[in-house]
Design a binder for this molecule. Sequence first.
Ligand SMILES: [Fe+2]
Length: 259
Amino acid sequence: MEKFSQDYSKYTDEDFLVWKTLFKRQMELFPKVSAKEYLHGIEVVGFREDKIPDFREVNERLGKITGWELNPVPSIIPNEQFFPLIAQKKFPATTWLRRLDQLDYLPEPDMFHDVLGHVPLLSDPHFSDFFTAIGKLGVKHLDNKWVIELLGRIYWFTVEFGLIDAGNGLRIYGAGILSSHGETKSSISKGPTHIPFSVKGIFEMPYENDRVQDKYFVIRSFEQLFNSLPEIEERIEKEVKAQAKHKNDEFSKIHLPEG
Ligand SMILES: [Fe+2]
């Protein structure tokens, strides 16, 4: 993979203004709506409104806590690159920011999504271990499209669009929600459907990535998320076995005489 880096000197006044405007606007909402682990994460990684995060500083802080680091990328990367990076605790992050006239919507993730949305929670040990394990499972099954689809669903309904209710109401931890002003407000409102987290439920739920979500899965704790890993692995192994059996049956139909 081509080595890409964050050139901090290239950020313009508009970039700083975009970061400040978006950060301030979200921070006004976060104390009431985001997971406490995420809020704590913002503090420990040292994000502030007047400074676009410097990846070297973030890496130093995160490295000491959970060992994660930011791996600069130019844009979305394919699964073959994504899963191995996650497995090694290297989070692929873009280094550019949306323009001032794009504050509310951007079709592809920029640094505000990648960094403000994803990075704070990488400081939580249970979430960190869960995320790394998903990366490792992805590496193991990279050549199996169906398993990658299932892992994609898990990723989608947790890392990107997860909600948590630790006993005091719905809170947000998914990066796709936290980096969107509109969805930060709508996701925990009465409008969408909130479903208790279940691996089976997520495996059976295809996702739509071109609209605001109308269903969210709700965990009780990050420990619960981490503890769901054996079930995720078991269900994947079952799927792999079922695929092998199906292939075998098809082979027999073609190659073995009937009767
Ligand atoms: Fe994301």
